[in-house]
Design a protein around this ligand. Sequence first.
Ligand SMILES: [Mg+2]
Length: 240
Amino acid sequence: MTGWTGPPPLGVVVDLDDTLYPQADYLASAATAVGAEAQRAGLDGAAVTAALRQELAAGSDTGGTIDRALLAVGVPAADLPGYVPALVAAFTAHTPARLTPYPGAEDALRALAAAAPLACLTDGHPRIQAAKLAATGLEPLLPVVVVSDAVGGRPARKPHPAGLLAVAARLGLPPDRLLVIGDRPGKDVAVAAAVGARAIRVRQGEYASAPDEPPAWAVTDSFPAAAALALGVLGAVPAR
Ligand SMILES: [Mg+2]
């Protein structure tokens, strides 16, 4: 029924943003924090928040979003260096109080943790990714977390294999026996392929409508559905 061929996966690696919780919730609260800092700096905080939300919605990982938001609210380009560092600092330091996981994600993660070695591989500023994970309340279920930026900076972000290789080393498993679950074909599916592993794509969040390129082993519409598929193909290795 599963269509799995070859040796079964021995461990599961999950993505964080838009896989376990909706990243838009984090971006909205971070934009509010930046707006508050902009207000302190004498700008129209509400306008900055609104402009930043719009920029983030247009693409959350392109960089330069705060600069573009300030230009959008009429800050002259020559004045950007006077504002941007403090606003970037506010963004980076933002600690969301609570990020609600997708429905059923916590139970699904618990079932995976009981069945196999489990890890999280995520891209981004290590401090921000740690704050997000803490806010989801899912941290206790993920004893192994690797932030690719902490392994090798931005160049190590998925689909670069460095992060997934680090996960494999931490779990003590061959990289090609890992099963990756994530929302982005170009990152989560591609990083699995880069080490000879397979992936389940969860079609949700900012990249829900992105094409299946590269193709995943399976595509689902929710994390619990992906976890159920994973549980069906995992090899018999006891969780640690
Ligand atoms: Mg993601």
